[in-house]
Design a protein around this ligand. Sequence first.
Ligand code: GDP
Length: 463
Amino acid sequence: MPDPIRDTIFALSSGRPPAAIAVVRISGPRAGDALTVLAGRLPEPRKAALARVRDPASGEAIDEALTLWFPGPNSETGEDIAELQLHGGRAVIAAVLGALGRIEGLRPAEAGEFTRRAFENGRLDLTAVEGLADLIGAETEAQRRQAYRQLKGLLGKRAETWRARMIEALALVEARIDFSDEADVPEDLIGPALKIVQGLRDEIAEALAGAARGERLRDGLVVAIAGPPNAGKSTLLNRIARREAAIVSPIPGTTRDVIEVHLDLDGYPVTLLDTAGIRDSDDPVEQEGVRRARQRASEADLVLWVYDAKDGPAQSEALPLVGSVTKWMVRNKVDLLASDKRNELKKNNEFNISSIVFYLSATTGIGVAEFLAQLGDYAKSYFGAESSLLTRERHRKALNFTQSALDRALAEGPSGHEDILRHLLCGPVYRPNGDSRKLRARQAREPALAARRSARSALRRRR
Ligand code: GDP
């Protein structure tokens, strides 16, 4: 029977071959043996050594490699880890992975299995694992910064301090319940407990206030390009994305689905959506495109309402269709207007609304740089300079749950219901949607037990 934990696993840890270098990692109790079989010997721990890698069956040399040896438990997975840095050709990698697969007790790792072992061996907590996934997926500087802080325990450490303070508050409540008949127990233990709860509640509320920003930073600021057909929306998207991402066509109504382009604007992630031209149509396919366009635009963070400079503001009639999202007016094709006409337009606020208006040409590029600079500033102010503590829906939901328990504790506490207070501080256990796994009883009781121990020793110290 294969033992999922005791098996030694291996995988190509670097990107798709061919490449200059390929990194093969081996983790588990037989990692050291496997490296010895392939490379002849184990290098000194944590020191790179050059070695000839041979096929153990035929003795034939496969490649020269740098070998590394990280004995557990102070390794990334908490187990013994061996690493080979090979030349990154397909045949080299296939030969090495093939040779490893023939060693008893070794098998290819499943996706994420190295990280899973790190988690199970207490090398990374769940927030750090999430940070690691985000760091690998990070496409922009701001995303990288946020993910790195998460990996380094920004949220995990804060959650630990919250937990410690919760236990401190609970200890006071426990002392009040269990030892109140003893003469030297101070009368008011609930007051100080509620003070701690209030402080915690405020901190958690503050963290929750930045949650939407943190989650958005993972996905990107969503900017929808909307407007009437043939206004130049696809052309503008292509110019911004600098590649042919959307079909540009002189026939109105060609962009029938929503096209997405991910951009890095001054380090901030922006997802640009090119939507179908929003107008009335009898064509059912186009109607569907318009329906999707309106929906995506109304869910966006910013809508760029593009229209043809020649046609003027009459084309803004459909504008309210995209809802109450912030909108910027983009008057496109200004290359078709004489420059005096252009200047005249700029002077008059044709919409009589406090919206930003841009004058540009998607085909010639006039005004596009200024427009992008403003969009970059908008993304920057949207995300703010500071990384958010919470980055996922999971964090937000768990802390919303905590916050409402703390709110109830603050409401119940002063009325002297100590049992209710105790229940609110340690009783409810957050379970993510659909997760029916029961926390082990011991784990659920653990905060209460810790609180009781801490209450006893606090009382002992007072005596
Ligand atoms: P969409 O339906 O809004 O996506 O419009 P398209 O991007 O498909 O453009 C419609 C037509 O307008 C195409 O023939 C484009 O080449 C043309 N067009 C787009 N932007 C400009 C511009 O800035 N100047 C000029 N002269 N033509 C443009």
